[in-house]
Write a protein that binds this ligand. Structure first.
Ligand code: ZN
Length: 468
């Protein structure tokens, strides 16, 4: 079937089919006519962890299929971990070399995922119903080991955010908002766009601050002398140049008004943005087909030209920023975003975004391959934030690992406007390593069957020793 017909037949309007199946998301639901299946699927019953006293590796993930796009690996391989690092990736690594061996047959082993667009600090006005998310809760269960808060904090609020970052169990990095208070009404006020304080902070915390961000500036309202069309972007890029860091931009085109010329997509991506700068929300409805995609649904040649000159196009799904009407034709015509990200904040973690791996599933069902969506969620975003040590399984790199399962079936996914696609694939995370330890393991890859626990082990201890 030609791709165009495939999409025509798979696009469907209306409500979701069925309710949430076991282990399935509300927007990636399996039709209820099918019986619920167990949450972790392998063709054979999975072997329990093999344990031995000695072994040069701390952990061995055995029998899986490794996808590591940076190293061009997409084949059956075992992965050994020692001292928090990747020790070896190869075929048939013996279990006798490891203290603990996990059976991951039937599963995919990938680098820990990197989500470069979330909001996990709290400068929003919570009493107006806008919340951020807890990064740990929405990263580790979905294979995400590195996440980037984009502009929720600014130069005046970052030090408070840093206290949260320091106690987080997941790697949290940050883009500072050009508005010094952070993601508040100040985003509309150029008087709060303070370049020097953010450059100073970026130099003070180079391990955490990976760039700068502007969002929402004058997407509505009248432009005037106090609100010129490019104020936030010009200040942002000045800061990026001074700190030698990339910037992320959420901007929307403006037609000429109030004596100001057009703020055009072409000028933004072909002149203002530097190679390496990131345009997020690339499939948002604000960028209608006629503006972003050109006439008659053809992709705007400026998108291709800008990508060729090094501008980065990021998904940033959010509750308002990804429609299939924009994404499906773009992908059909060969445009692939540089990175997949969620734009997670309070409301969308329980509506259309849910988590990183749900957004990845959507792009898998729009026609990208599993290897492509892993690339767009590992090494590509790592390079975009200048952290090339992350996002791959090279020997000696930090052992951040996601073990995921690709399920086949009949699934539906919805976009932010209630448009639906059908698809035959759904991916789920079943195990996450962070820094060499299995930190998310609810299915017990690192555990024994309950009555196989040795009788002298803590498992059988009396309840006066509490485990919380
Ligand atoms: Zn956002």
């Amino acid at each position: 079937m030609k791709r165009r017909n495939f999409f025509k037949n798979t696009l469907a309007g209306g409500a979701l089919l069925g309710g949430a199946g076991i282990g399935a998301s509300s927007c990636g639901t399996q039709q209820q006519a099918q019986a619920p299946e167990p949450r972790v699927y392998t063709k054979q019953p999975r072997k329990m962890v093999q344990i031995q006293e000695n072994g040069k590796y701390d952990y061995l993930l055995k029998g899986g299929h490794v996808i590591d796009p940076k190293n061009n690996i997409n084949s059956p391989m075992d992965v050994a971990v020692a001292g928090g690092k990747i020790a070896l990736v190869g075929k048939d690594i013996p279990a006798t070399d490891a203290k603990r061996t996990f059976d991951v047959s039937g599963l995919h082993v990938t680098p820990g995922l990197i989500d470069i667009h979330v909001h996990c600090f709290h400068t929003f006005n919570v009493l107006k119903g806008v919340r951020s998310v807890n990064a740990e809760d929405l990263c580790l269960p979905y294979g995400v080991t590195t996440t980037v808060d984009v502009g929720t904090s600014g130069a005046e609020s970052f030090e408070d955010f840093k206290k949260l970052i320091d106690i987080s169990r997941v790697r949290v990095l940050a883009l500072l908002n050009i508005a010094a208070p952070g993601m508040t009404e100040s985003e509309q006020d150029p008087r709060t766009f303070k370049v020097e304080p953010m450059v100073r902070l970026a130099k003070k915390y180079p391990e955490t601050i990976v760039g700068f961000k502007t969002a929402h500036y004058m997407t509505r309202g009248n432009l005037d002398k106090s609100h010129p069309p490019w104020a936030s972007i010009d200040a942002l890029i000045e800061a990026g140049e001074k700190a030698n860091l990339p910037v992320m931009i959420h901007s929307e085109p403006r037609t000429p008004s109030d004596g100001f010329p057009e703020r055009s997509f072409r000028e933004l991506v072909m002149e203002k943005m530097r190679p390496g700068d990131i345009h997020t929300h690339i499939f948002a409805p604000a960028y209608h087909v006629g503006e972003y995609m050109g006439e008659q649904g053809r992709i705007n040649p400026d998108m291709i030209k800008a990508q060729e000159r090094g501008v980065i196009f990021d998904v940033g799904h959010g509750a308002g920023s990804c429609t299939f009407r924009n994404a499906v034709p773009a992908i059909q015509q060969g445009f692939v975003p540089n990175s997949i990200s969620t734009d997670l904040y309070g409301a969308n973690s329980s509506s259309v975004v849910l988590n990183m791996i749900n957004v990845m599933s959507k792009f898998l069902n729009m026609g990208l391959s599993l290897e492509q969506i892993i690339r767009l969620s590992t090494i590509n975003p790592a390079n975009e934030i200048n952290r090339p040590e992350l996002g791959h399984l090279s020997v000696g790199s930090i052992a951040d690992i996601a073990v995921i399962e690709q399920r086949k079936g009949n699934f539906t996914y919805c976009d932010i406007r209630g448009g639906v696609i059908r698809g035959d694939k759904l991916i789920q995370c079943v195990l996450t390593f962070f820094g060499g330890r299995p930190i998310f393991d609810p299915y017990g890859f690192n555990s024994l069957l309950w009555d196989d626990n040795p009788k002298d082990s803590p498992y059988w201890k009396s309840p006066n020793e509490q485990y919380w």
